[in-house]
Design a protein around this ligand. Structure first.
Ligand SMILES: NC(=O)c1ccc[n+]([C@@H]2O[C@H](COP(=O)([O-])OP(=O)(O)OC[C@H]3O[C@@H](n4cnc5c(N)ncnc54)[C@H](O)[C@@H]3O)[C@@H](O)[C@H]2O)c1
Length: 419
């Protein structure tokens, strides 16, 4: 089997981790059980460019159970769990091309190995694989039935490609499904970002001023969890509606220029670039901690930070670089500005990835059924798939909800006045 992982001897730890995560992924497990019998993906080559974690391993197992020939590569050079990668290869017979800490050229070599697999379905978290199929590997795009996109930044890139008339095959904005972003981006990123920061720094959240840049799904989740741990949370935004929402949710809203002077910890969750810049670093307190939980490592202007620093002490603690500014203040950058929750912690808890990956697995089945009928565009996840995932999740939690009575169905459908 062709593959490239860090160390196959890590497989036993990885297997334990994968099976532990599986305990918390009942919806995906129920889909896997059905896929094992029905084989809806039989014989299909699938390449998935995702964070290589225990949860992703369970998605890969599910696709394989459905009959697919699955290959995985990383969607981020720092997020690979080498033990999960080793176990996928050794215990589950799934080729993986991913090594934690790989450099840019290895990262792209691995994406290309996944393309050499000649996939008909691809999965992305950030659209790097799809981008490769539209640039350097255009000749391989013709066989793609559809591609699934897991994150906000990826969907933004894909919509830009579609708007420019450059998209070559249908893509599904899995991120935009309520069964994904409402839970994964909010509760998953919220909790795991706090987790990553604490593991990296041992920071006490209580009583500290925490600045959340961006009050979208991820920002809201993080702000909520930081407040829950006793932090005084400041939000920065560029969107009027989100800014009012944050204010009414009880957060202080201000510009980054003002927040820079106040914060003890800064976290970017915007999907944008250069949100924290030189003029902000210069205003920060000695010892300020800066981290990113948005998709790419461009939210914090790291080149500018380097430029205004007189000294850089790398790895003063695992995942922590110390920048000493010319004004002698120290700024601590976590995980080189990459997704802190995946670099320093384990990414989203399995229970929340259960919903995201159940949606992904059902989508894979759906696009095969719809083969040739989907327009070359960015599609939303059909509502019945979203409902199915949420229903199964509630079932797994033994939660029952009311059903509309026939009278209520009729009432809601009628346009008459209420009496
Ligand atoms: N860490 C993770 O595991 C994880 C999980 C899901 C999504 N993401 C990534 O996190 C990022 C945010 O995702 P989301 O779903 O919350 O997106 P979103 O679109 O819901 O929210 C982004 C918010 O950032 C705001 N923003 C943009 N530029 C800003 C600036 N300069 N200053 C302040 N605010 C600004 C926007 O107005 C918006 O409200 C994306 O890159 C996404 O891919 C990360």
């Amino acid at each position: 089997m062709k593959m490239d992982v860090a160390d196959l001897s890590l497989a036993p730890t990885g297997k334990k981790r994968i099976l532990w995560a599986d305990n918390d992924m009942p919806v995906l497990a129920s889909i896997r059980e059905r896929f094992t019998k029905e084989k809806p993906l039989k014989g299909k080559n699938v390449s998935a460019c995702l964070h290589i974690t225990a949860e992703t391993a369970n998605l890969a197992r599910t696709l394989k159970a459905g009959g697919a020939n699955v290959v995985l590569c990383a969607s981020n050079p720092l997020s690979t769990q080498d033990d999960a990668a080793a176990s996928l290869v050794k215990d589950f017979g799934i080729p993986v091309f991913a090594i934690c800490g790989e450099n840019r050229s290895t990262y792209y070599k691995h994406i290309n190995a996944a393309i050499d697999h000649k996939p008909v379905i691809t999965f992305d978290d950030g659209a790097d694989l799809v981008n490769e199929l539209h640039t350097r590997k255009k000749s391989e795009a013709h066989r793609i039935i559809a591609s699934m996109e897991e994150t906000t930044t990826g969907v933004i890139r894909l919509r830009a490609m579609a708007n420019a008339g450059k998209l070559k095959f249908p893509v599904i904005a899995v991120n935009d499904a309520a069964s994904k972003h409402l839970f994964d981006n909010r509760y998953g990123t919220g909790q795991s970002t706090v987790d990553g920061i604490i593991r990296a720094t041992d920071f006490l959240m209580a009583g500290q001023k925490v600045v959340a840049a961006g009050y979208g799904w991820c920002g809201r989740g993080f702000a909520m969890r930081a407040r829950g741990m006793g932090s005084i949370v400041i939000v920065t935004e560029v969107d009027y509606i989100k800014a009012i929402e944050a204010t009414m949710d009880g957060f202080e809203v201000m510009t980054m220029a003002d927040a820079a002077k106040e914060g003890d910890l800064f976290v970017t969750l915007t999907g944008n670039k250069n949100v924290i810049r030189a003029e902000h670093f210069r205003q920060m307190k000695d010892g300020a901690i800066v981290a990113n939980s948005g998709h790419f490592n461009v939210e914090i202007d790291i080149p500018a930070l380097k430029k205004i620093s007189k000294k850089l002490n790398r790895n003063v603690r695992n995942h922590v670089d110390e920048y000493v500014l010319k004004n002698n203040r120290r700024i601590y950058l976590l995980a080189e500005g990459r997704l802190i929750n995946l670099a320093a912690a384990e990414g989203h808890p399995a229970s929340v990835m259960d919903m995201s990956f159940a949606t992904q697995a059902l989508e894979a089945e759906y696009v095969i059924k719809k083969r040739g009928k989907l327009a070359v565009a960015v599609h939303n996840v059909p509502l019945d798939i979203e409902h199915r995932v949420c229903r199964l999740k509630l079932q797994s939690m033994s939660i029952k909800i009311d059903r509309l009575t026939p009278e209520q169905v009729e009432y809601l459908a009628s346009s008459g006045e209420g009496t």
